[in-house]
Design a protein around this ligand. Structure first.
Ligand code: NAD
Ligand code: UFG
Length: 364
């Protein structure tokens, strides 16, 4: 069992991945500045896993701070070495992820996402920790020509958030010594083991209802908006366009249950640790597309609540359909999604119902 550093471990995907990694017996150091998350999420992990105070002190250590803070990163790596339990691998979730915000603050996105990753890599290299799982995104593909989208599809970011992820992917290829970055699975000439995981649309929650997605302010994304309408926090969902070239005219996405995604990280880590230096590049998606109207119907069934909606203009920058070709993740990791739209809505609703205001109002 390894000691792992999880940057952004208090966030939506990070907290669910922590559950899976702790269940697998790993010991975790979480670094998070809580700019888009709450320490309460980490407290909830302890109750999901029945960790007592003694267990949690050794199995889940939390560092509040910024991934761009090189001194703090040094301290975390040095402390682990002094305890004769060096950090063996890093899962790097910390970053900014709101597309529209990135248009207004491109430098902020390059700073946190790109400079933050660079700083982390520098400290990892110095401490000879060369195993990294990186949160990339399907947003890299922009408006895809081929659906389902294979990893070999052109990288064509259409906003600063996507550009920052593309830049980090390139930086990782350089660090791995893969100068002709041909994607998928390549040997690394520098000793690094890196997985670039391109997530499709992560949604849902842990089935306990204890942790879930808790966006600040008005949600930008479909799922949290739908569930806040169902719980009564918001009045009507706006459906962005009913004239897309799809079966019912609304946009189609590949929604992936966050627990499937969390398990994908464990599989990627196991694959890296179990084989030689390499650069893996994989889509994490289900391969199944759901339209906005299908999501609304499934959520109404799961919640027993009505989700009032109205059709409005298309949202600028949206694509009609994005669905993953997940074949390679299965080939390389033996991983595929196990939960569908009904489980996504059931677990997402359990979280929203038990926590109508998310983590807000609760002190860790
Ligand atoms: P999130 O915002 O819930 O989690 C990110 C975490 O990083 C938060 O806890 C936040 O407080 C922390 N953080 C942000 N800036 C930091 C900094 N400078 N230093 C330390 N911590 C910092 O987001 P998420 O949905 O869990 O996404 C995790 C990763 O996956 C992100 O890199 C995101 O870009 C990527 N991703 C997310 C999606 C999605 O739709 N959720 C899709 C594709 C890729
Ligand atoms: N939608 C609505 N109403 C809303 C919100 C969304 O109709 O209030 C529609 C969108 O038009 C789209 C679908 O619901 O057809 C999904 O939209 P989301 O905003 O939930 O997700 P996106 O696919 O646009 O983007 C998300 C993240 C990106 C990430 C991408 C792929 O916001 O950062 O998934 O992982 F890159």
């Amino acid at each position: 069992m390894a000691r792992l550093l999880i940057t952004g471990g208090a966030g939506f995907i990070g907290s669910h991945t922590c559950v899976v990694l702790l269940e697998a017996g790993h010991n975790l150091l979480v670094l998070d500045n809580f700019s888009n998350s709450s320490p309460v999420a980490l407290e909830r992990l302890k109750s999901i896993l029945n960790l007592n105070d003694r267990d949690s002190a050794s199995r889940l250590q939390v560092f509040q701070g910024d991934v761009r803070d090189i001194d703090l990163l040094e301290k975390i790596f040095e402390k682990s070495e002094l305890q004769s339990s060096p950090i063996e691998a890093v899962i790097h979730f910390a970053g900014l992820k709101a597309v529209e915000e990135s248009v207004h603050d491109p430098l902020g996105y390059w700073d946190v996402n790109v400079s933050g990753s660079r700083t982390l890599l520098e400290v990892m290299d110095k401490h000879d920790c060369k195993t990294l799982v990186f949160s990339s995104s399907a947003t890299l593909y922009g408006y895809p020509d081929i659906v389902p989208i294979p990893e070999s599809a052109p990288i064509n970011p259409i906003n600063p958030y996507g550009a920052s992820k593309a830049a980090v992917e390139m930086m990782l290829a350089d660090v791995a010594g893969c100068l002709k970055d041909r994607g998928i699975k390549q040997a690394s000439t520098t000793g690094w083991r890196i997985a670039r995981l391109r997530y499709f649309n992560p949604v849902g929650a842990h089935p306990s209802g204890c942790i879930g997605e808790d966006p600040n302010g008005v949600p930008n994304n479909l799922f949290p908006y739908v569930s806040q309408v169902a719980i009564g926090r918001r009045g009507t969902l706006q459906v962005f366009g009913s004239d897309w070239p799809t079966s019912d005219g609304t946009g189609i996405r590949d929604y992936i249950h966050v627990m499937d995604l969390a398990e994908g990280h464990k599989c990627a880590l196991d694959a890296l640790v179990g084989s030689g230096p390499q650069l893996l590049t994989l889509n994490l998606g289900s391969g199944v597309g759901s339209s906005v109207l299908e999501v609304i119907r499934a959520f109404e069934t799961a919640s027993g609540r009505e989700v009032p909606y109205k059709i409005v203009e298309r949202r600028p920058g949206d694509a009609a359909i994005t669905v993953a070709d997940p074949t390679l993740a299965y080939k390389c990791l033996g991983w595929r999604t196990r939960r569908g739209l009904n489980e996504i809505c059931r677990d997402g609703w359990a979280w929203q119902f038990a926590n109508p205001n998310g983590y807000k109002g609760e002190v860790a």
